[in-house]
Design a protein around this ligand. Structure first.
Ligand code: SF4
Length: 444
């Protein structure tokens, strides 16, 4: 998201983006510094940029450890920490003074073409956009150093977020991806301050934000939601319909559970009421049967016993989550969990990760298989040969599956378009289907 902001600002100021080091006047490297492997990767990326181009501006999490960067690469032009967009722009201005072009400056930010994507610049395609609602986090999970790097939760006032969302939708965005470290906690630091938008008062609070966003003509997808009681109110919005019959809020929740054993959750300093978690998922599904639940887990956390790992597999069987990502635990420099006893040997971690993924793959495959014969509202991402590559409401971009629409080109579909697709096949990740021309008659 930080890269997005920097790129947007560069484009707004009239800078062109280059897909190669050779053509670039200056290189901005956005780094990550959470885990040791990411530090090494970031330093490699800086080294590559220095060797290939020589004019390098470094920003992002690793920027907080300027000494490490300077030691490895003394020649970098500037180093700044996460979200310090102003320092990045100052460094760019110093290296490459902006061209004052009032015509360009007044134009909305141009977006990149398909060729730009193909040539390697990673930007969100223009029909979906990430909407960051806060920075930082009030939790203190023992494996995570985000709070120490980014501080406590700082929410953006609701009117500011809604205005940004409105601008994005007016600019052609059809899907908004709400992101933060903890979306459920949104506004707690501002004491849920009320703000005005479009002549109505909205609290700086998750539900009010979702109500406001649902007024816009776009899909709204929530990420990083914690299962607090007020999530029940959000489920209501997923059940309610807009005038066109579509849900006000996408029936999709991305909830990072991380584990299912109460003892491990306690060591992780996460909320540990696993029974209640299962009950909550079940009650949400009862209220909103089309709900997709996505989650992430860590296997091989220090002290995880065979029995606790088996309990995690049992949780998967019971919870029947739609989509799951998992990681083998990897120590993060500066994290409290590093001091925990009984680290799990690497080979055991890898073996558990493989078993975990295998178990979930079966569940995901069954849940996708159950969709065969249904009609799913999808959004088209790209056209590839004869196919349209789309996503259903159950699929967040980049992390979930795809819907391959076999007759997408013939049907004249274009990226960003909504289309109803009759599902004809599935595997453990993706769905396959054809354009459904009679969705209304079929009652979907
Ligand atoms: S894992 Fe997430 S919730 Fe926990 S401290 Fe880190 S950012 Fe906060």
């Amino acid at each position: 998201m930080d890269s997005e902001r920097i790129l947007t600002q560069l484009r707004v100021e009239g800078y062109a983006l280059s897909p190669s080091y050779d053509d670039a006047d200056v290189v901005v490297v956005n780094t990550c510094g959470f885990i040791d492997s990411a530090v090494a990767e970031s330093l490699d990326a800086i080294g590559e940029a220095m060797a290939e181009n020589g004019k390098v501006i470094v920003t992002g999490c690793l920027g907080k450890r300027a000494d490490v960067i300077r030691e490895a690469h003394p020649g970098v032009l500037s180093i700044s920490g996460p979200q310090d967009y102003a320092s990045v722009m100052d460094a760019v201005h110093a290296a490459l003074p902006p061209r004052h072009d009032p015509f360009v400056d007044l134009m909305p930010a141009p977006r990149l073409s398909a060729e730009d994507y193909a040539s390697g610049i990673k930007l969100t395609p223009k029909h979906y956009a990430y909407l960051k609602i806060s920075e930082g986090c009030n939790h203190r999970c023992s494996f995570c150093i985000i709070p120490s790097m980014r501080g406590d939760l700082v929410s953006r006032p609701v009117d500011e977020v809604l205005r940004e969302a409105e601008r994005l939708v007016h600019g052609g965005v059809r899907e908004l991806l709400v992101v933060s470290q903890d979306t459920s906690a949104y506004g707690v630091d501002l004491r849920y301050a009320e703000r005005s938008w479009r002549g109505r008062q909205y609290a700086t609070r998750m539900k009010a934000l979702c109500e406001g966003l649902s007024e816009l003509d776009a899909w709204v997808r929530l990420h990083y939601v914690y299962p607090y009681p007020h999530v029940d109110d959000i489920i209501e919005l997923m059940v309610q319909r807009r005038a066109d019959g579509q849900p006000r809020l996408l029936p999709y929740l991305d909830i990072p559970f991380q584990h299912a054993s109460p003892r491990i959750l306690k060591l992780m300093k996460r909320p540990g009421a696993v029974e209640r978690t299962l009950e909550r998922v079940q009650s949400w599904r009862a209220a909103c049967p089309e709900l997709t639940v996505r989650s992430t887990f860590i296997v091989g956390f220090p002290g995880e016993t065979d029995a606790e790992f088996e309990a995690l597999l049992d949780f998967l069987d019971e919870a029947q989550l739609d989509r799951v990502g998992a990681f083998a635990y990897s120590p993060v420099e500066g994290a409290a969990a590093n001091a925990l006893p009984d680290p799990v040997p690497e080979e055991v971690k890898e073996e558990r990760l493989a078993r975990f993924m295998e178990r979930q793959a079966e569940i995901s495959a069954q849940r996708l298989d159950a969709k065969i014969g249904s009609v799913q509202r999808c959004i088209v991402d790209t056209i590839d040969g004869e196919l349209a590559i789309a996503r259903s409401m159950a699929d967040a971009p980049e992390i979930d599956g795809l819907v391959q629409v076999q007759d997408g080109r013939e049907a004249g579909l274009v990226p960003g378009e909504f289309v109803d697709v009759r599902i004809m096949g599935s595997d453990e990740h993706d769905l396959y289907g054809e354009v459904e021309y009679n969705a209304l008659q079929s009652g979907e």
